[in-house]
Write a protein that binds this ligand. Structure first.
Ligand code: ADP
Length: 374
């Protein structure tokens, strides 16, 4: 029966191994021996002989040990060394086989080469991140005119306050109380400029996606401040209704701010045909059982119900100089955070864009990170 089993697994066009109930390698098919360029004896030492990439080994060992102990199937991705020394990504799955009384008699392991898929996925991810960066830079370009005002205004104010301090110093005797007050104003003005420049730099900087836990309400307030020059200029009244004690969310803070900035600028633009005094933007957050929900409501003309999905298509735009990339990028960012972004009609008029973000214990998609399912 051993011989017929061997010829059966040798006939499978894939890398197959058979393990003892305790996880020891019992046998592997010819394809594994050829792929790794190792003997069965050598493969038995897979934990120490470099067969598995050093960086992936601790995670694989942990998942594998847990699975063998609990008898629950495992699935994860890691790099495996080929006979020529090159590592390729593999999908590694193991399932236990039980006898009539339910005891595990052996484990079957299937290794599938996913190097090409992993590389293609990495390229798509890189492209998405390049697009997202381009979008941020172009949004900052759109904001440049109004942001330059935001910056020059406190600089002018700092100059006036510094002059005033000089004059108070020239007085006989110098009025040091006034000097102190004027200098405090200079510091305040400089901080305001510094904050705006920091925000711009964060948005324009090219950085790999990050996963961090942060206060979403605070991040929203920063974006509202950044967009204030545009919303003011367009006569939009902005209100925020941010839930108190909102759980922190996990993900890339700058990317999520980018989503909000896009939604706010779209809303401000959409409301331009509406008479002044009726351009209202409401940004709210709340929490439900699935996680955090953010809504951006406007009182513009709204979206034709037939186009509620189309607006997320790449290149779909109704603006003469639009690119139609904004919402498509926003959606891919929210997808990558395990959330959902959609548009609805606002009541009594306008559009509402909402997105969800899962609770902090949910996974943040990164296809290059080894995934596991036990
Ligand atoms: P762009 O702004 O370059 O057109 P987007 O992907 O951001 O690209 O938006 C696509 C289209 O969706 C816009 O051209 C517009 O027709 C529609 N849209 C987006 N936001 C709103 C909104 N708040 N109200 C009405 N229409 C909107």
């Amino acid at each position: 029966s051993e011989r017929s089993l061997r010829s059966a697994i040798d006939g499978i066009p894939g890398l197959v191994g058979i393990l003892a109930p305790n996880g020891d390698v019992e046998t592997v098919n010819r394809q594994i021996l050829e792929y790794c360029g190792q003997s069965l004896e050598e493969l038995r030492d897979w934990r120490t002989n470099g067969t598995v990439h050093q960086e992936d080994l601790p995670h694989l060992a942990e998942v594998f040990t847990r699975s063998i102990a609990s008898g629950i199937p495992y699935q994860l991705e890691h790099r495996l060394r080929r006979f020529d020394g090159r590592y390729r990504w593999f999908d590694n799955r193991g399932v236990p086989i039980r006898d009539a009384s339910g005891h595990i008699v052996r484990w079957y392991v299937l290794l599938t080469d996913i190097e090409d898929r992993t590389q293609a996925l990495a390229r798509v991810q890189q492209m998405q991140s390049d697009f997202a960066h381009m979008n941020r830079v172009s949004v900052m370009g759109e904001l440049a005119a109004s942001l330059s005002h935001e910056i020059t205004q406190p600089i002018a104010s700092a100059r006036n306050n510094a002059r005033a301090a000089e004059n108070f110093l020239k007085m006989q005797p110098p009025d040091l109380g006034e000097v102190r007050e004027a200098l405090a104003c200079v510091v305040g003005d400089a901080d305001r400029v510094g904050d705006i420049i920091d925000r711009i730099r964060e948005q324009v900087k090219k950085a790999p996606p990050r996963k961090e836990r942060f206060d979403l309400n605070a991040a929203i307030n920063e974006v509202v401040a950044l967009a204030r020059s545009v919303t003011n200029r367009n006569g939009v009244s902005v209100q925020t209704r941010l839930a108190e004690g909102l759980s922190s969310v996990e993900g890339d803070r700058v990317q999520l701010q980018q989503v909000l900035l896009n939604l706010i600028l779209n809303a401000a633009e959409a409301m331009s045909p509406v008479e002044e005094g009726a351009r209202e933007l409401l940004i709210s957050t709340k929490e439900d059982q699935t996680g955090v929900v953010v809504a951006v409501r406007d009182s513009g003309p709204g979206i034709d119900p037939e186009h509620l999905e189309r607006v997320f298509d790449a290149f779909y735009t109704t603006k003469p100089s639009g690119t139609g990339m904004g919402l498509s990028i926003c959606r891919s960012i929210i997808d990558a955070h395990g959330g959902r972004l959609w548009a609805e009609a606002n009541k009594p008029r306008g559009a509402v864009f909402q997105f969800t973000l899962p609770g902090t214990d949910a996974e943040f998609t990164n296809p290059l990170q080894a995934s596991e399912r036990i």
